[in-house]
Ligand binder design. Structure first.
Ligand code: ADP
Length: 501
C-alpha cells in the first residue's frame, strides 16, 4: 500500500504544505501568504497566531487536493524559516509579542550592547556565529524587554520561547511537545556547537532563563503526533531549518557535498561531516542529526542573487520578468569588461562589509543594456565562486567535486552553464526543484520506515541536467579576477561617501 508524507514548509513570505507518496510524486500542494508587519523602518514581524492558522489552512487544502484524510498519512515533516523568535504564555498559548523575524534589524542595539561588554569573542567561539541581530537570542531579549513584567514571568516559568519549529510543534501536538532540533538550535546564538546543548554562560550573558527554552533533539526524532489538531496520531518525524533541509533534499550526505540555492538571496551549504569547521567569512552550523549521527555544515549567505533580477525588472525596468534575463544575457558574447556588484545592502559572505554599496563598473560608449543584464546574471555566478573559494582556501580537507543547485533562478540555463564554467566543476540541477521541503519529507520517510537507508533516500534524488565546465581555466580566472578587482572598489563606500546611505 502506498504511504503518504505531509510536508510542512513554513517560510518567511508564506506557508506551504505538500503531500507526497513513497515514490515522491506530489499529490497535493497548497500555499498561502503571511502578513508582513513593518512597525518601524527595518523592523519585520509576523503574528504567530497567523503563522499557525495559515499553516493549518494549507495543510487541510493540500490533503483535500490529495484526496486523503489525516489518518492516511504515515508521517509529518517540518521545515521552516530559521532564527525568527517567538515568546508565548505556557498556560494560554498566547504570544506576548509578535514573532520577530530573522531579517528584522530591530535588535541591532541589543547585540551591540553584548559586544560592547566584551562578549563578542565568547559568542563567536561557542556558537560559531559572528554576533548579529539575525539570530534568535537578541529577538528573545528584545521581547522580554519590550513587554512589561515579561522577564519576571519568564523566570517564574510562565513563558516559553522558541524558533518557529518549536512554536508549530507545540501547537500541532496539542501543547505536549516542547522541542527543537540541531539545525534550528544552531542558528539561535544560544547553542554550543561543540556540546550541542544550550550554552549556560551565554544564557547568563543574555539573561534568558533556560527554563523558557525547548529540549534539543536530533532532527529525525519522532517528537509527537498531530492527534490533538487533526484527530489522527500521525507522527511528526522530522524537523529541519530551511537551508539544512535543502542540503538534505539535495542528498548531500557526505562531507564536501554541497548545494547552492539561487533564490532572492543565495545560500551555499557544504556538508562538513561530524566535526564543526571554522572558515573565515563563512558560518558553521549543524546540518542535522539523523540515524544516530550528526553532521555539521558551513554556510555562505549572499544577500543579493535573484534580488538583482528584481531590481533590473522593477527599478531599472530593463527586463519584464526575471526569466527574460536568460535570453538577453545570451545576446552578447561577453559584458566587455562590465561588472555589476550587487552590494545594495553591503557585501555579505565572505567579505561582510556593511559599508559597501552596489556598483556597475567598466562601461564604455559601446555598453548597452544587454551588457548590464548579462553582468547582473554573471554577478550570481561570481558571488558563488567567492563563497566556494572561501571554503576551499579556508579548509584543508573540503573538496567540492560538483555543485548541486536549486532555487527559482536555476531554470536559467545560461546561469547554470556559466556557473560550471567559472567554477570549473559540474553544476547539477535536480528534477525536484523544491529541495527544501523534499529534504525534510525524505528525512521523515526515513524515520518512519518509508525508506530504510540514507542510500535509498539518495536514490530518490534524480538529475534533471548536468552542466559540464566548458571554458578554459585561464579565461574563467581572468573574468573572475576582474570581478575581484571591481568588488574591492565597492568596499567602505557608505563610510567614505555618507550621502550613499
Ligand atoms: P525565494 O528566495 O523568495 O524563495 P525563489 O527561490 O522562488 O525565491 O526564487 C525567486 C528569485 O529568482 C527571484 O528573485 C527572481 O528574480 C529570480 N529568478 C526567477 N527566475 C529566474 C530566471 N529564470 N533567471 C534569473 N533569475 C530568476
Amino acid at each position: 500500500m502506498a504511504k503518504y508524507i505531509l510536508g510542512i514548509d513554513e517560510g518567511t513570505t508564506g506557508a506551504r504544505a505538500f503531500v507526497i507518496d513513497d515514490q515522491c510524486t506530489v499529490l497535493g500542494l497548497a500555499a498561502s501568504e503571511l502578513t508582513q508587519h513593518y512597525p518601524r523602518p527595518g523592523w519585520i514581524e509576523h503574528d504567530p497566531m497567523e503563522i499557525l492558522s495559515v499553516q493549518l489552512e494549507v495543510i487541510r487544502a493540500a490533503l483535500r487536493q490529495a484526496k486523503l484524510q489525516p489518518s492516511d498519512l504515515t508521517a509529518v515533516a517540518l521545515t521552516n524559516q530559521r532564527e525568527t523568535g517567538i515568546v508565548w504564555e505556557k498556560d494560554t498559548g498566547r504570544p506576548i509579542y509578535n514573532a520577530v523575524v530573522w531579517a528584522s534589524r530591530q535588535t541591532v542595539d541589543v547585540v551591540e550592547r553584548w559586544v560592547d561588554k566584551g562578549h563578542g569573542d565568547m559568542i563567536e567561539q561557542r556558537t560559531g556565529l559572528i554576533p548579529d541581530a539575525y539570530y534568535t537570542a537578541s529577538k528573545i531579549r528584545f521581547i522580554l524587554d519590550a513587554v512589561p513584567g515579561a522577564q519576571e514571568r519568564a523566570e517564574r516559568g510562565e513563558l516559553l520561547a522558541g524558533t518557529v519549529d518549536t512554536w508549530l510543534i507545540w501547537n500541532l501536538t496539542g501543547r505536549k511537545s516542547f522541542v527543537t532540533e540541531y539545525s534550528n538550535a544552531s542558528r539561535t546564538m544560544m547553542f554550543n556547537l561543540e556540546t550541542r546543548e544550550w550554552d549556560d554562560d551565554l544564557l547568563a550573558v543574555y539573561d534568558i532563563p533556560k527554563r523558557m527554552l525547548a529540549e534539543i533533539v536530533p532532527s529525525d526524532t519522532i517528537v509527537g503526533d498531530i492527534g490533538a489538531t487533526f484527530g489522527a496520531d500521525v507522527p511528526i518525524a522530522s524537523n529541519l531549518g530551511d537551508q539544512q533541509a535543502g542540503l538534505f533534499g539535495q542528498a548531500a550526505f557526505a562531507p564536501g557535498q554541497s548545494k547552492m540555492t539561487y533564490g532572492t538571496a543565495g545560500v551555499l551549504n557544504i556538508n562538513c561531516g561530524e566535526q564543526p569547521q571554522r572558515i573565515a567569512g563563512l558560518t558553521p552550523s549543524m546540518a542535522w542529526g539523523v540515524q544516530g549521527k550528526v553532521a555539521y555544515e558551513i554556510e555562505g549567505v549572499l544577500f543579493a542573487m535573484g534580488k538583482t533580477m528584481q531590481w533590473l525588472r522593477d527599478d531599472l525596468k530593463l527586463i519584464h520578468a526575471a526569466p527574460d534575463s536568460e535570453w538577453y544575457a545570451g545576446q552578447v558574447p561577453s559584458t566587455d569588461g562590465v561588472y555589476l556588484i550587487p552590494a545594495f545592502t553591503g557585501l555579505s559572505a565572505p567579505d561582510w562589509d556593511p559599508y559597501a554599496r552596489a556598483a556597475i563598473i567598466g562601461m564604455s560608449n559601446a555598453t548597452t543594456r544587454l551588457h548590464i543584464i548579462r553582468a547582473a546574471v554573471e554577478s550570481m555566478v561570481f558571488q558563488t565562486r567567492d563563497v566556494v573559494e572561501a571554503a576551499l582556501t579556508g579548509s584543508d580537507n573540503i573538496r567540492i567535486p560538483e555543485l548541486r543547485v536549486d532555487g527559482g533562478a536555476v531554470k536559467n540555463n545560461f546561469l547554470c552553464q556559466l556557473q560550471a564554467d567559472v567554477l570549473g566543476i559540474p553544476v547539477v540541477r535536480p528534477q525536484i526543484a523544491e529541495a527544501t521541503v523534499f529534504g525534510t519529507m525524505l528525512m521523515a520517510g526515513l524515520s518512519t520506515g518509508v525508506f530504510s537507508t540514507l542510500d535509498e533516500v539518495a536514490g530518490m534524488w534524480r538529475e534533471d541536467r548536468r552542466f559540464e565546465p566548458n571554458m578554459s581555466r585561464d579565461q574563467a580566472d581572468s573574468m573572475y579576477a576582474g570581478w575581484r578587482a571591481a568588488r574591492e572598489l565597492t568596499k567602505g563606500w557608505a563610510r567614505n561617501v555618507p550621502s550613499a546611505g
